[in-house]
Design a protein around this ligand. Structure first.
Ligand code: FPP
Length: 277
């Protein structure tokens, strides 16, 4: 947990508190990333227009972020708008999502301040409508000194384009410093990602049941635990974030190493006969 954030467990709902009580606070993830999916299906199942699903999804964003801030989660990164969304969705839907984002920023700034939330963004945000960029800048600057959860919105974001941008930045640096390719390290690539300032996600949540990564944080999720729920994003609340964290805490993270239940380790590997297959 970030040392400068203050726990506000008393602000959780009774149901949230019951789940929180089952968590090990010392094993809270540092960074949770979410693929918010299912707004359209949520609306479709109610015979509503898709935009109402997005509108309800925006409410989930605020409620989930507030729960994150109450439990002292340092980093929360939400996939709000992908590069593919902007290329493959009807113009009217893209334009609605942009207006929704602008309204969200205007109407939730005070709540972000009250909850000590710092807002940032990643992605090719320079291609967003100027009025959205301006609002983003305003909210980013106003919340910059908050010390609680950092809410990062991935906007006009794509994992592959992030890697292209990182490699371009690294190539420019190498040229300037006369560095040869064989000296490139993983750390050099990390330094040029949009997320260079944050730890990699410990937990990636995807709503609405699809088993896909959808070009999200491709480099960063190398060792991330994945939690997929059938619940649609507009129905996702703080309590579901806590349940996902509880599931995460029951897992054993191995980072390519050995787990507790892995069988006996051979002391002298030279003695092992390899059976012909
Ligand atoms: C997927 O639903 C979700 C998105 C297109 C992005 C998420 C957008 C929001 C939560 C709304 C606004 C966000 C903010 C930050 C104010 P979908 O339309 O792909 O759902 P479907 O797969 O059921 O059609």
């Amino acid at each position: 947990m970030s040392s400068s954030s203050t726990l506000r467990i008393h602000e959780l709902t009774l149901e949230e508190r019951a789940v929180y009580a089952t968590l090990k606070p010392e094993r809270l993830p540092q960074h949770v990333a979410i693929i918010m999916d299912g707004n359209g299906r949520w609306a479709g199942r109610r015979s509503l227009k898709r935009f109402l699903g997005h509108q309800q999804g925006a409410r989930s964003v605020q409620l989930v972020t507030e729960t994150a801030s109450r439990i002292g989660l340092p980093w929360l990164t939400l996939y709000a708008f992908s590069l593919e969304n902007s290329l493959r969705r009807p113009r009217a839907e893209v334009s609605f999502l942009m207006r929704l984002l602008k309204t969200y920023l205007e109407s939730n700034l005070q709540r972000m301040m009250d909850n000590n939330i710092r807002m940032r963004s990643i992605g090719r945000t320079y291609d967003l409508p100027p009025e959205v960029q301006e609002k983003m800048r305003w909210v980013q600057e106003t919340t910059a000194r908050n010390t609680g959860t950092t809410l990062t919105l991935a906007l006009n974001y794509g994992g592959r384009s992030e890697l292209v941008d990182a490699f371009r930045g690294l190539a420019r640096e190498m040229e300037r410093k006369h560095i040869t390719p064989d000296r490139i390290t993983e750390e050099d690539i990390h330094r040029h990602l949009y997320t260079a300032h944050m730890p990699d996600p410990d937990l990636l949540i995807r709503t609405s049941g699809e088993m896909r990564i959808s070009n999200y944080l491709l480099w960063q999720i190398a060792y991330t635990e994945i939690f997929v729920t059938e619940r649609l994003w507009p129905d996702f609340r703080g309590i579901h974030l806590l349940e996902a964290i509880a599931d995460f805490q029951r897992r054993e993270r191995r980072y390519g190493g050995l787990g507790e239940d892995c069988g006996e380790v051979e002391e002298d590997p030279e003695r092992i006969q390899i059976a012909a297959s």
